[in-house]
Design a protein around this ligand. Structure first.
Ligand SMILES: Nc1nc2c(ncn2[C@@H]2O[C@H](COP(=O)(O)OP(=O)(O)OP(=O)(O)O)[C@@H](O)[C@H]2O)c(=O)[nH]1
Ligand SMILES: [Mg+2]
Length: 252
């Protein structure tokens, strides 16, 4: 079976740490979270993965092709560099929703997110033979968002983008796919198992509900980096041939 591999990265005992010995300044927590995300993205990204910041104290990464040993290496590096430690849990399944369920259950079994005893856990199971690594990413983008950015107050644009994000989260979740906001007017869906026609249905629903037109490059490959690259190429082609299609699918 073709499976996506997701890693849950969770800061160990972060809640208590933020108030010990006294509440830390919020700007320092924000710097820590941003730097932790940046380092994780650098480490997993350079190995063909892709990290989504999610809630910053819990991050989700697509890690097909990255072994448990490599996870351990990244974990050691993070734990040396930062004043907090992280635990990691790997899950693999046919759908992204199910993969993060596996990863979450494995981590929850070895201790609480607010346990002083659970530190630097590394648990879960990566994709293994005879299963195959497979990642499908839909990179979606709003058409002509610059018109809104250049005419509306920034907070109104932000609200519109977040409403689109939330609508997409809900619609894709019904199809076991996971949606992440990438910045600007860009949203990615981990969409293993979804047909192009199902993604087209979602885009049509957003258009009907919010009046927003989206396009999507969909890439499928053995790891996140290759899938994301194919998805970006698809988006680029849609832009070049305006009005021909709203979705282009490319498979490795
Ligand atoms: N994360 C991310 N952000 C991007 C990317 N491309 C563009 N952006 C951001 O998204 C904003 C909107 O860019 P575009 O989508 O090119 O602008 P647009 O007016 O919507 O144009 P069309 O999508 O071509 O209709 C840009 O200002 C960037 O901030 C990308 O590949 N990834
Ligand atoms: Mg756009």
């Amino acid at each position: 079976m073709r499976k996506i591999q997701l890693t849950l990265i969770q800061i160990d005992n972060y809640g208590p740490w933020t108030v010990t010995p006294e509440p830390r300044r919020e700007f320092e927590l924000q710097v820590l979270q941003a730097e932790l995300f940046a380092e994780l993205e650098r480490q997993f990204g350079s190995r063909g993965g892709l990290v989504f910041p999610t809630r910053f104290d819990n991050l989700l990464a697509v890690t097909n092709g990255i072994s448990m040993e490599e996870h351990r290496e990244i974990q050691r590096l993070i734990n040396q560099k930062f004043p907090v430690t992280v635990s990691m849990s790997v899950g693999a399944a046919a759908t992204p929703y199910q993969a993060q369920v596996q990863a979450t259950l494995c981590l929850q079994r070895v201790g609480s997110s607010q346990s002083a005893e659970r530190r630097s856990a590394l648990v879960g199971s990566p994709v293994c033979y005879p299963d195959q690594d497979w990642v499908q990413i839909a990179h979606m983008d709003i058409n002509h968002s610059t018109l809104i950015t250049d005419s509306e107050p920034i907070y109104d644009t932000h609200f519109l983008l977040q409403r689109a994000h939330l609508s997409l989260i809900q619609m894709f979740l019904r199809r076991n796919a996971l949606v992440f906001y990438m910045g600007g007017d860009n949203i990615m869906a981990l969409s293993n198992g979804l047909e192009v026609s199902e993604i087209a249905e979602v885009l049509a629903e957003v258009k009907a509900e919010m009046g927003l037109e989206l396009k999507a490059g969909v890439g499928a490959a053995p790891n996140a980096e290759k899938a994301a690259r194919l998805a970006s190429e698809g988006l680029h082609e849609i832009r070049k041939n305006r009005n021909k299609s709203t979705i282009i699918f490319k498979s490795a």
